[in-house]
Design a protein around this ligand. Structure first.
Ligand SMILES: Cc1ncc(COP(=O)(O)O)c(C=O)c1O
Length: 426
């Protein structure tokens, strides 16, 4: 363990939660039995969050504001992955990835039997888009702000099977978005398949209300949840959707190439698995007597099959532990506080900027999207990059805008410095 991490453990144990025995805070082997901090940490407790920052190998040479694309992993996750690779290679064995299913279920408030382990969000969306019983003419609702990972699977199903895609332009408030979805409904609507949080401007849709609206009309409600886990304290039982496709490599800060698909228990027999193999079945026989196939396991494990990269999924479990130990709510509040400060400061620039992310609290997450009136987005990108900020430019949906993501490892000073960089050219 390096000095900064030792300091973190010491400070957390001594200063912030003295009563807890936290000396093994990041010892993943003891992670599950270890007490959580269980205490509210203020979003502006810079001393605490500085120590959190030190848990990440992120360079100090620049400011990383692009968690919406990829969330860097903290040391503890990297070490869990490395240790697992070592262990597996030493023993010449495989297996061990199931720990991620257990941890993810706990993290998103779902049953373990409702979690399929995927490699990214797109894979989960494809499982849903191809597995639902849809026929020519059936309508699916998307937004005009889709990521390619949610657009293409549905466009492909439309091309092959003749389903019809309807879209709505996201509005600034939760209630208006519900109206817009409602306005698109026809007798042929079968699925609402929108993002929980858009990649373009970080708009948070009211997932619970949309699920209710959809279910009242007998529809499938299937979220693209790429940004949900870790940006929100995700509670899928409460949201009540049918499926939720997500990744662990953004806001959860897990290893790249890991994700999960939540499939509500009641939907398992409806959502047909198209890719199947090892571990998905209840038994089969091609050798004796009549050919036999006993069907699929009664869980969402039927959607993932074959050998997985156990070390990566062990890393996912470790990322969940990292969140639990700091406190999911603490992390979300911190990111939120940074994002709302950024949005507020940008709004103070008046008509020099065009704010794209809703200001309504429930519709805003940890990504802020905006445009500058007098300078093209890509020119601003160059300026920001020279100033040492890694942001994301958004050509998607013809938005030509700027997106800034804030996570637990960012701080208020970085936000204010970024606003200064905006002012310089605005
Ligand atoms: C809203 C949204 N959906 C889907 C994806 C695709 O995610 P993945 O790379 O995990 O497949 C992304 C990635 O940025 C995204 O932002």
């Amino acid at each position: 363990m390096n000095t900064t991490r030792r300091t973190f453990v010491k400070n957390v144990a001594g200063g912030i939660s003295g009563s807890l025995l936290l000396s093994n805070l990041f010892d993943s082997s003891q992670a599950f039995s270890f007490p959580e901090i269980g205490q509210e940490i203020k979003p502006d407790d810079e001393q605490f969050w500085k120590l959190v920052r030190e848990q990440f190998p992120l360079t100090h040479e620049r400011v990383y504001f692009n968690n919406g694309t990829i969330g860097p992993s903290p040391y503890v996750v990297r070490e869990a992955v490395k240790a697992a690779i070592d262990d597996l290679d030493k023993r010449g064995e495989y297996g061990g990835w199931e720990v991620a299913r257990t941890k993810l279920a706990e993290f998103v408030h779902a049953k373990e039997s409702e979690i399929s382990l995927t490699h990214n969000t797109t894979e989960g969306i494809n499982i849903v888009a191809w597995g639902l019983p849809l026929k020519r003419g059936d309508e699916v609702i998307l937004t005009t702000h889709e990521h390619v990972g949610n657009a293409l699977p549905w466009l492909n199903r439309a091309k092959v099977d003749g389903i019809v895609i309807k879209t709505f332009q996201p509005a600034q408030t939760a209630s208006e978005n519900l109206n817009r979805i409602n306005d698109l409904l026809t007798k042929k609507t079968r699925v609402i398949a929108i993002p929980h949080i858009t990649c373009t401007i970080g708009q948070v849709f009211p997932a619970k209300e949309i699920s209710k609206l959809g279910h009242d009309k007998g529809l499938f409600v299937c979220f693209d949840g790429a940004h949900g886990p870790g940006m929100t304290n995700l509670n899928l039982a409460e949201i009540g959707c049918d499926t939720y496709a997500a990744c662990s490599h953004k806001w959860l800060c897990g290893p790249r190439g890991t994700g999960f698909l939540y499939v509500k228990e009641e939907l398992l027999e409806t959502l047909q698995p198209k890719f199947v193999g090892g571990y998905t079945d209840l038994g089969w026989d091609l050798t004796t007597g009549p050919i036999e196939f006993k069907g699929f396991v009664p869980t969402a494990h039927r959607y993932d099959y074959g050998t997985q990269n156990a070390a990566l999924y062990i890393g996912v479990a470790s990322a969940v532990d990292f969140f639990f130990k700091i406190g999911v709510e603490n992390i979300v509040r911190r990111g939120n506080s940074l994002a709302s400060t950024l949005q507020q400061k940008l709004l103070e620039l008046g008509d020099k900027i065009e704010m794209l992310t809703p200001t309504e609290e429930q519709s805003r997450g940890l990504m802020i999207g905006f445009r500058l009136k007098n300078i093209p987005y890509d020119k601003f990108g160059e300026h920001a990059s020279k100033k040492g900020f890694r942001i994301r430019l958004v050509p998607e949906s013809h938005l030509n805008s700027i997106r800034v993501s804030t996570h637990m490892y960012n701080n208020f000073d970085e936000v204010l410095r970024f606003v200064e960089a905006v002012k310089e050219v605005a």
